[in-house]
Design a protein around this ligand. Structure first.
Ligand SMILES: CC(C)(COP(=O)(O)OP(=O)(O)OC[C@H]1O[C@@H](n2cnc3c(N)ncnc32)[C@H](O)[C@@H]1OP(=O)(O)O)[C@@H](O)C(=O)NCCC(=O)NCCS
Length: 167
C-alpha cells in the first residue's frame, strides 16, 4: 500500500497513441530479466482484446509514469490478473501508489473477487512492492519461465482477495 501522504496515482485507459510509451517503458535498463517484452504489434493486438485492459498511470502534474496490463480482465474463476506493470523510473515511489490504484480500480470496475499476478522470484523489488501492498504469496511455479538467455526462472503467484483489500 502506498505510504501515508504519497501522491495518488491517476489512471486512464491507454490508446494506440500510448503504444510507443508502453513499448519504451517495457524496455527500461535490465527489464529483460524482470518482465516479458512485446513488440508494438503485439501490444496493438492486445489493446483490442475484450478480455484485456491497458491502464496508464501518473501522479498529478507528471504525465505518464507507468503502464499496466490487466489480462484476463475479469475471469469468473481466477479474477483479474496483473499481466504486466512497468514504470518509467523505478525506485521513484510511483509503483506503490500505482499498484494500489490498479487494485482499487479492479475491485470498483469489475466483479472480480481476486487480483493476482506472478513475479519472478529474483525480482526482489517488485516482490517487496507487492507484499507491502498486502498481496500474499499463493505458491511457486518452479522453473516455469525460459529467460531470453536460455536460463530458467521460478515464478511466485501472489494475490489479494476483494475482502482483504483495505486502504
Ligand atoms: C516493480 C515496479 C513496478 C515497482 O515500481 P517502483 O516505482 O520502482 O516502486 P517504488 O519506488 O514505489 O517502491 C520500490 C520499493 O522497493 C524497494 N526496493 C528497491 N530495490 C529493492 C530490492 N532489490 N529488494 C527489495 N526491495 C527493494 C524500495 O526500498 C521501495 O520500498 P519502500 O517503499 O518500502 O521503501 C518497478 O520497479 C518496475 O517497473 N520494475 C521493472 C519491471 C518489473 O519488474 N515489473 C514487475 C514484473 S512482475
Amino acid at each position: 500500500m502506498a505510504g501515508p501522504g504519497a501522491a495518488p496515482a491517476l489512471l486512464r485507459p491507454a490508446t494506440a497513441d500510448d503504444v510507443e510509451f508502453i513499448h519504451a517503458t517495457e524496455r527500461g535498463p535490465g527489464f529483460e530479466r524482470l518482465t516479458a517484452q512485446w513488440s508494438r504489434d503485439e501490444h496493438r493486438a492486445a489493446l483490442a482484446r475484450s478480455d484485456t485492459r491497458y491502464l496508464v498511470g501518473g501522479r498529478p502534474g507528471r504525465g505518464s509514469e507507468g503502464f499496466a496490463i490487466l489480462q484476463p480482465l475479469a475471469d469468473p474463476h481466477e479474477g483479474t490478473k496483473l499481466k504486466r506493470i512497468c514504470v518509467a523510473v523505478p525506485g521513484d515511489g510511483f509503483g506503490a501508489p500505482f499498484l494500489a490504484a490498479l487494485i482499487d480500480w479492479t475491485f470498483a470496475q469489475t466483479a472480480s473477487e481476486r487480483f493476482w499476478l506472478d513475479v519472478f522470484t529474483h525480482n526482489e523489488r517488485a516482490r517487496h512492492v507487492y507484499r507491502r501492498a498486502g498481496l500474499r504469496e499463493d505458491g511457486l511455479l518452479r522453473q516455469a519461465y525460459r529467460m531470453p538467455d536460455g536460463s530458467r526462472a521460478d515464478r511466485c503467484i501472489m494475490s489479494v482477495l476483494r475482502g482483504e483489500w483495505r486502504r
